[in-house]
Design a binder for this molecule. Structure first.
Ligand SMILES: [Zn+2]
Length: 283
C-alpha cells in the first residue's frame, strides 16, 4: 500500500508534470474502481478541464481541475495495490490499468490497481467531505502544528491499541500499516499496547518517532528517485521482515494481529509491558 512518504513523492512528481495540461479523453477500463459523484457523463464532465493542483490528504491523491462551475476534482485512494503511471498515451496499456486520463500534450495519467480495491472519486470540490475518509483528516504529522501537546491531547481520548491510533487518519495524517510498524519499532513500543497505558516517556518517544520515521522515509524515497509507478521499501526495519533478525538486537522479527492488521515487531526492543501476556508467540 502506498503510504505518505510514497504519496508525497508522487505528488511532487505529478505537480512538476501535469498542472496546466487539459484533459483530452477519459478511459474507464474497470468501472469497479470508479465512484462517479457527478451527474453528467464522465467524458462530458471531465474533457476540456485543466489540471490545476495535485494535493495529498491522508492516503488520497487529489487532482484539482479548472473549468466551468461547479469545480471538479479527482480523489484517488490507492488502497492496497494502486499506483500511478504517466506515459505516452500510445504506450501499451497494462492489464492492471483501471482508469486513465489522456492529456492534451499526448501523455496519459493512468491509475493501475491489480487488486482493484482502490477508488477514483470524480467529485465536486465543494462536496469533498462526502467522500469516505476525507470528511475529517487529522493533524499533519510533518507540519508545525504536530506538537507534543497536540499529540498528547489526541492520545488522551483513546482507549484503543496504539497501532490502531496511529492508523486513524481522522486523528493523524497519516500512517498505514508499514510506517505505523516502523514508528512503533523506533519508539520501542509494543504494537498491542493500549494508548492509555503508555507512560509520558513512551508518549514522547512515540511523538518523536512518528515525525522522524515519516521524515526519514520521505527523504529516502526522494533521494532514491523511483519512477512514479514503483515503490521503494527495502529500507524498512521491521515491516514484512518476519523471521529476519532485528537490526538492533538480532532477535527474529515476529508478527501479531492487531484489529485485523498484521503488526511486525521485535519482542525484545518492543516489550509487552502489560503483563497480560496476550501475544500469541506461535504466529
Ligand atoms: Zn530488537
Amino acid at each position: 500500500m502506498p503510504e505518505r512518504p510514497e504519496l508525497d513523492y508522487q505528488r511532487d512528481l505529478l505537480s512538476d508534470a501535469i498542472p496546466g495540461t487539459v484533459i483530452a479523453a477519459v478511459h474507464v477500463h474497470d468501472p469497479i474502481v470508479v465512484r462517479q459523484m457527478v451527474r453528467t457523463d464522465l467524458s462530458e464532465a471531465l474533457v476540456g478541464r485543466r489540471v490545476t493542483t495535485i494535493v495529498r490528504r491522508a492516503h488520497f491523491m487529489i487532482i484539482g481541475l479548472e473549468g466551468p462551475a461547479p469545480h471538479l476534482a479527482l480523489a484517488i485512494h490507492p488502497m492496497l495495490a494502486g499506483r500511478f503511471q504517466l506515459c505516452a498515451a500510445s504506450d501499451r496499456v497494462p492489464k492492471d490499468t483501471c482508469f486513465a486520463i489522456t492529456l492534451d500534450d499526448g501523455r496519459q495519467l493512468r491509475y493501475r490497481d491489480r487488486k482493484r480495491m482502490g477508488k477514483v472519486y470524480i467529485h465536486e470540490q465543494a462536496k469533498r467531505a462526502s467522500i469516505p475518509g476525507l470528511a475529517t483528516v487529522g493533524v499533519d504529522v510533518l507540519g508545525l502544528e504536530f506538537t507534543f501537546e497536540r499529540f498528547a491531547a489526541l492520545a488522551q481520548k483513546r482507549r484503543d491499541q496504539v497501532k490502531v491510533f496511529l492508523m486513524d487518519k481522522s486523528a493523524l495524517d497519516a500512517f498505514g500499516n508499514a510506517y505505523a510498524d516502523e514508528t512503533l519499532f523506533a519508539a520501542g513500543i509494543h504494537p498491542k499496547a493500549r494508548v492509555r497505558e503508555l507512560s509520558s516517556e513512551q508518549l514522547r518517544a512515540l511523538h518523536a518517532a512518528a515525525v522522524s520515521v515519516l521524515q526519514e522515509a520521505s527523504d529516502t524515497v526522494r533521494a532514491r528517485k523511483p519512477p512514479l509507478h514503483e515503490k521503494v521499501r527495502d529500507f524498512l526495519k521491521v515491516r514484512n521482515r518476519k523471521g529476519q533478525p532485528c537490526p538492533t538486537c538480532g532477535t527474529p522479527i515476529r508478527v501479531a494481529g492487531v484489529r485485523g492488521h498484521d503488526a511486525f515487531f521485535c519482542a525484545v526492543c518492543q516489550p509487552d509491558r502489560s503483563g497480560r501476556g496476550f501475544v500469541r508467540w506461535s504466529r
